[in-house]
Design a protein around this ligand. Structure first.
Ligand SMILES: [Ca+2]
Ligand SMILES: [Ca+2]
Length: 260
């Protein structure tokens, strides 16, 4: 696992339940076996200056069998003061790596973010519940993650078939038998914050926010807009379709580009 200033290792002193239960992958670690939700991974004697940092971003996946309710990061400063950040493990997708962002907020009085010397990650308990996660990256940043595509509902910078199908559903919205592609901002929770608007006839409307796929911002998904969505979905890495995309603020119809 990568991290600011250190890569980390299984914590052996005091002994953690992660000993012998962590698989190192090429760019990530998978915590399995008999590991429980104590903080079993970390780094000591590092030099991290988190002054001005506003977010902790973690790339991870919730794996089958996980019973740990929280993912917890503990930072320790040179004066042995600690600061703890916690996020529900359900914030992570179980179907692939997803990015989760934790706002740092205000540092605890007495904690010195300019001199962080140790950090650990795990479930934050003494080892109660099974901890099953794949963790790829832990980083500090001063700014929020760049905007993601509205269709990328699991927020992993990849468009999968389910996410494409949802845009197709919006595209296929009909009013009195005529396909309009009209959608509205949802007033209750939906996967993408939008709903089909079958009650509206075609014609531009002003919405409080627009779907990223609606590049002409008329409140409807057109065939050209769906085709662009399919283009994002179809991005390939070699022969493997990955649907990866990235933010591109210039020269792009929708503010995104295909590929990582
Ligand atoms: Ca996605
Ligand atoms: Ca449109």
């Amino acid at each position: 696992m990568e991290a600011t200033g250190a890569t980390g290792k299984v914590i052996t002193t005091p002994a953690s339940t992660w000993i012998g239960n962590v698989t190192r992958n090429q760019t990530s670690i998978t915590v399995g076996g008999n590991a429980r939700d104590d903080n079993g991974w970390g780094a000591s004697n590092v030099t991290v200056n988190a002054t001005g940092m506003k977010f902790i971003t973690i790339a991870g996946q919730r794996d089958s069998g996980n019973l740990a309710p929280s993912l917890v990061i503990q930072l320790i400063d040179s004066g042995l003061q600690t600061q703890i950040f916690s996020v529900p493990t359900t914030s992570f997708s179980a179907a692939g790596l997803s990015l989760v962002e934790i706002p740092i907020g205000t540092w605890t009085s007495g904690f010195n973010p300019a001199q962080i010397t140790d950090w650990t990650i795990g479930g934050g308990t003494t080892g109660i519940a099974a901890f099953r996660m794949t963790l790829e990256n832990l980083s500090l940043s001063a700014t929020a993650l760049p905007a993601r595509h509205s269709a990328d509902t699991d927020q992993n910078f990849r468009i999968n078939l389910t996410e494409l199908t949802r845009v197709m559903e919006l595209y296929q919205t009909r009013n009195s038998g005529v396909r309009t592609g009209c959608y509205d901002v949802a007033t209750s929770t939906t996967e993408d914050g939008f709903v089909p608007a079958p009650g509206r006839a075609a014609g531009a409307v002003t919405l409080s926010k627009f779907h990223s796929a609606d590049t002409d911002r008329d409140g409807a998904i057109s065939l050209a807009e769906l085709t662009r969505m399919i283009e994002l979905y179809n991005y390939r890495d070699g022969t493997l379709r990955t649907g990866q995309y990235r933010v591109q603020t210039t020269g792009s119809v929708d503010g995104f580009a295909t590929g990582p």
